[in-house]
Design a protein around this ligand. Structure first.
Ligand SMILES: [Zn+2]
Length: 269
């Protein structure tokens, strides 16, 4: 599933694809449930002739700022944008006024498009870790006002948005925090370490253009079809049985928050 660094990479590529100022002449929808709230017909009608003003990201959402409103896209498991006709799993097409077509493909079909007038809907989405409001005090307040296992807490998009299984495991290892610790039991030093670790693993993920876990089509790849490189730089995620890069003890795989969770039980006590 694309997490913050993968979505950020996609947004950068969309911005570099000269989409700004282009008009969407029409849309074609091949899988109706991809369009949330509106019918495919209403969506096509509403997006027709809208100009793309800006493309940004909040958490795991891609935000197309249009001349009248916003198109929010959540890629979920396997959603992808591309300029080349996908061989399979095409769900939506956006026809642009420069003759190009922006294709949306989604093998697992969980991705969603939300065409909205205002960004009101984004109020329920937690703090984006790359925004200015993601401060030590903000994360401390959130952690202290909930008593949940830290892994659950970090995966819950209502608190902090953008982290998924990969970057949560990496951040907790980096901060030397066990995933089953409760959010309201962390010391200030641990919260500071976690804050720094979240930024570090996300910035590394972005620098390496995201994480593509395998060769299969369902994996993350960017708009231009490029795979990420961060899978070669991960410290614990899917490295069970290998030595911890910090202490040399074997990395273990546990189940926390219904997710495979990778830890070093020496570093993360
Ligand atoms: Zn270790």
């Amino acid at each position: 599933m694309p997490e913050l660094p993968e979505v950020e990479t996609i947004v950068t590529e969309l911005n570099e694809s000269h989409l700004l100022g282009k008009k969407i002449l029409r849309a074609a929808v091949f899988w109706n449930p991809t369009i949330d709230t509106l019918s495919a017909c209403q969506f096509s009608q509403a997006i027709k002739d809208q100009k793309i003003i800006r493309i940004s990201r909040q958490g795991k959402y891609i935000v197309f700022h249009l001349s009248e409103g916003y198109l929010l896209v959540h890629l979920r498991m396997t959603g992808k944008f591309l300029f080349n006709l996908p061989s399979r799993h095409e769900r939506v097409r956006l026809y642009l006024d420069d003759g190009r077509i922006l294709y949306y493909a989604d093998q697992r079909k969980f991705g969603r498009f939300y065409l909205v007038k205002t960004l009101e809907q984004m109020k329920n989405i937690g703090i984006d870790p790359l925004s200015k409001i993601f401060t030590f005090n903000a994360i401390k307040l959130l952690l202290n006002s909930h008593s949940r296992k830290i892994k659950y807490f970090l995966l819950d998009q209502r608190y902090i948005s953008g982290l998924g299984n990969i970057y949560v495991d990496e951040a907790l290892w980096e901060a030397k925090i066990h995933p089953q610790r409760f959010s309201d039991t962390l010391s200030d030093t641990e919260i500071q370490a976690l804050h720094t670790a979240i930024l570090k693993v996300l910035e590394k993920g972005i620098k390496n253009l995201g994480t593509s876990l395998g060769e299969h089509q369902a994996n993350y790849f960017s708009v231009s079809g490029r795979r990420g490189g961060n899978q070669y730089k991960l410290n614990v995620f899917r490295r069970e049985g290998e030595p911890c890069p910090r202490c040399g003890r074997t990395i273990m795989k546990l189940r926390v928050a219904q997710r495979g969770t990778h830890v070093c039980l020496i570093c993360q006590q």
